[in-house]
Design a protein around this ligand. Sequence first.
Ligand code: 4AD
Ligand code: MG
Length: 484
Amino acid sequence: MNYLSRTRIAALLASGPSAEEIEVPGWVRTRRDSKNVCFLELNDGSSLNGLQVIINKEGTDLQPLIERIQTGAAVIARGHLVESPGAGQSVELVCRDLTLVGECPAESYPLQKKRHSFEFLREIAHLRGRTNTFGAVMRVRNCLSRAVHQFYQERGFLYLHTPIITAGDAEGAGALFQVTTLDVENPPRLGSATPAGATSGDAARSGAAAGPVDYGRDFFGSRTFLTVSGQLNAEAYATALDRVYTFGPTFRAENSNTTRHLAEFWMIEPEMAFCDLEGNMELAEQFVRYLLRDVLEKCPEDMTFFDKRIEPGIVESLRGVAETQFRHLSYTEAISALEKSGETFEYAPSWGIDLQTEHEKYLTEKYAGGPVIVTDYPREIKAFYMKHNEDGKTVRAMDVLVPRLGEIIGGSQREDRLDALEASIDRLGLDRETYRWYLDLRRFGSVPHSGFGLGFERLVRYVTGMQNIRDVIPFPRAVGNADF
Ligand code: 4AD
Ligand code: MG
């Protein structure tokens, strides 16, 4: 079992017949029997299609072994690759010898040959990678990850690892998971003379007024959280290295039980110095189109599968998006288009509201017939760090919206004026001290700079046509569920 030199099924299927005997490990997807022959479909996760393995039952002593091979079993097949007479495959393996590595009892194996619902598969997330759909999703996800790095590396962006534990709320939205080593049932409290321990708990139980929690005694000496965005840290390095990007896990304790929200998701955040909103939009559009072109080129088989089984027409539509310029619309224009649309929305559109999924769907699917970049949102519905426009009402924000999904990217030009940024922080009641280092970036050699965040799972959902964001990440974490 030489791991590194082993040829995988994807490569075998693309090759021709072999003169030498080869060894192919994999998991049995299906087994069919005729009187004299047993057909196994073997899959090793390298491609959607498996390798057909043919075992001639006559004249071998494999018969007792074959009887024990069922769906899900792990085997190693040895034999010759021959041209396949059957349609749909180029080669098949005529098996001379077989090892049953791991048996799989059919009675208790949850994955049967029939189609299972995605809801059911979510309950067996540790096994769902063995299905056609999840194999394809994970291969496409992998391809897109590589393309993300390729895109930025080709353009001279430096890959920056930003912290996962932070003291500040980068979005100012308050959807934070707290990180603490304090005893949550009995934390030390300020203003109590008693040391942390049973006594302050006793005080609380006896009804004595307990002071606020003393985070000075927490692990980091202050209150800390899982990051909601690497942006602020990325800004520090963009104003040193000109262009950087992050690609890391992000956490939001939003109580939104939807098909496009996760509590733990991955985000790509480029940040560019000497760059205004125009440059930012150009990068975002190039980025999305590049990713689509790349995945269509590198994963044709998996994409055809999504087109056939998940979202008919998706390949054609993504190809169209990859080739067309995105429409630009100001928020004010977008609201006016929604108001004039004649559609009945659950949330009536009016200037000042945040765009809802239904509005985003209308704008992309009906109004523009493709992706739309909406700019200049009201400052009240956007984060504190965005640069104010001269009208005093809107900020230099831009969201990229796509059909079937809505918002895939959120970004902005950042407020680079110290006084204006301080005013925003104060207006929102945020703590200047927490953002002291961030304000320094405006104090020392401040430059216009911009960036955005692309939600990686939103992208994978968009590209595969999967309906639920929980089905495009190996082990989803969402409100009410952190199994596996
Ligand atoms: O629009 P958001 O909140 O922007 C930021 O976090 C900025 N700091 C980005 C930046 O300018 N550097 O989030 C960016 C993207 C969204 O457009 C969406 O695709 C994704 O992150 N996103 C989520 N994806 C899955 N689950 C969630 N709960 C998400 N929240 C945001
Ligand atoms: Mg957003």
